[in-house]
Design a protein around this ligand. Structure first.
Ligand SMILES: Nc1ncnc2c1ncn2[C@@H]1O[C@H](COP(=O)(O)OP(=O)(O)OP(=O)(O)O)[C@@H](O)[C@H]1O
Ligand SMILES: [Mg+2]
Length: 456
């Protein structure tokens, strides 16, 4: 068929179509027309029963980033590496490699028995864009597409999308660099938290350690349980034991296990109860609030004690330089201007007012002198779990030997086991002997050094 023939056929087809449209408009009354349109749409739906939801990278308003797109991206990251056959790789600023599904690749998902599919693509603009100013235009954007059967509409648009959002939030929290905050007046200052301690490297009797890990994981998964009981989603830990037995190390391991931020609250720098509350409100949803050496921070009568810092030592227990807090006053002025931070303020802070905060929170107190603390402060419900960290025995030693020497057995172990029963030595001291002092030092040398210390 030549071009002339094609054009003449097309012309007569269009002519017939226009004629039929005119008849339809003229002879079918409005209500019949709307019925016909409704049923023809139903017919189309039966032939094509799938619904699609598109999550574009940019919104139509001012080319702003679409938060829903990044949520889906985060949600799909883990799934795509496990399921997609075509992936694309990007190097993030922190040099980690991120894999995501490539364009036009599809990955299936299932939710409460409902099947659905995720795909990705890019709509490329045909309009000319200035080469030196290529803004993301409404026609030029990446997207994720969610496809599902229309009978599953309620499940997907409600509970499933909620599940996507929650899972994405959890993934973001896991991948995010954790922060360590300290308080400065009524605000927090944060730095990236890089402590590498984990429960694997923490020297502690294995069954006790496992019990603590289980307790923490159960807590972090117990959102519905706490909600059902109407209780604030918080748990208090009291870590007590002599200096150098791993209290601070355990807190770091807790943060690394759960992926929470750490807030190291220095009570001596808090002016009054109101300031304490302000600090609490600013903490993030998944956080561990730590009050170290609680016995040195607060007098049980309700007044803060004169701590080392107040005496102007210039450094704290860990040897860190301490700036004298602005609210610290000299002895003679103190009587006239007593501190307004009280024990009841702290107790309110821990339980009553805590419930104003959403999200899961741990509060951890540490002390070297548990017997000095007011029972009200550490009663169950406030400090739910009391953990004693003590001197290094053989079980703890084996973990340290693995950490520091990379060995699980040695001829000298038996001797060390006996000596550790007889002499109290903190894990910090044991670890010090296991550290290499010169490059030539062998495993034997380091174990011998520990034996000498235990026998003298
Ligand atoms: N149980 C432990 N497991 C592993 N390492 C430990 C343990 N206890 C102490 N250490 C080592 O000793 C060092 C000091 O421990 P850490 O700061 O945790 O003690 P602490 O109980 O918090 O002491 P303090 O009461 O003085 O604050 C740590 O850097 C760690 O290397
Ligand atoms: Mg400590």
């Amino acid at each position: 068929m030549d071009l002339g023939n094609i054009l003449s056929h097309l012309g007569s087809f269009l002519g017939t179509l226009m004629f039929l449209c005119a008849i339809y408009q003229k002879y079918f009354p409005g209500h019949i027309r709307s019925y016909m349109e409704k049923y023809s749409r139903l017919g189309l739906d039966l032939a094509r029963p799938y619904v699609q939801v598109t999550f574009y990278e940019f919104t139509d308003h001012m080319f702003a980033k679409n938060a829903a797109y990044s949520t889906v991206k985060c949600f799909l990251t883990g799934r795509s590496t496990a399921q997609a056959k075509r992936l694309k790789a990007q190097l993030k600023r922190n040099q980690s490699l991120v894999l995501s599904i490539d364009e036009r690749e599809e990955i299936p998902d299932e939710f409460h028995g409902v099947r659905l599919w995720w795909g990705s693509g890019k709509r490329v603009s045909k309009s000319k864009v200035l080469p030196f100013y290529p803004p993301p235009s409404a026609d030029n954007k990446s997207y994720y597409k969610l496809t599902f059967h229309q009978r599953d509409r309620d499940v997907i648009l409600g509970p499933y999308l909620n599940h996507v959002r929650e899972e994405a939030e959890a993934i973001k929290a896991r991948n995010r660099q954790r922060q360590l905050y300290t308080n400065n007046g009524s605000s927090w200052m944060g730095v990236v938290f890089e402590h590498r301690a984990t429960f694997q490297t923490l020297a502690m009797e294995p069954s006790r350690k496992q019990e603590i890990v289980d307790d923490l994981i159960t807590f972090s998964n117990a959102k519905d349980f706490y909600r059902r009981l109407g209780r604030a989603w918080k748990r208090g830990y009291l870590l007590h034991g002599p200096p150098g037995t791993g209290k601070s190390t355990m807190i770091a391991a807790m943060a690394n296990l759960l992926g929470y931020d750490l807030y190291d609250l220095e009570l001596t720098a808090v002016k009054d109860n109101t300031e304490l509350l302000k600090l609490l409100i600013q903490t993030s949803k998944k956080s561990i609030l730590v009050i170290e050496d609680i016995d040195c921070s607060l007098d049980l009568t309700g007044q803060r004690k004169e701590s080392k810092k107040d005496r102007g030592d210039g450094e704290d227990k860990k040897g860190r330089p301490v700036k004298k807090p602005s609210n610290v006053v000299d002895d003679d002025k103190k009587a006239a201007n007593p501190s307004k931070l009280t024990l009841s303020g702290l107790l309110n802070f821990i339980d009553g007012l805590w419930s104003v905060c959403r999200g899961e929170r741990l509060i951890v107190f540490t002390t070297n002198h548990v017997e000095k603390l007011d029972p009200a402060l550490i009663r169950r419900g406030r400090m739910d779990k009391h953990i004693e960290l003590s001197y290094c025995r053989f079980e703890e030693f084996k973990v340290l030997a693995k950490n520091y020497l990379g060995i699980e057995r040695h001829d000298l172990f038996e001797r060390i086991e006996g000596l550790l029963q007889e002499k109290n030595m903190t894990p910090a001291d044991v670890a010090e002997h296991l550290m290499p002092k010169t490059e030539a030092m062998t495993h034997e040398d380091r174990l011998e050094s520990l034996i000498i210390a235990l026998t003298t």
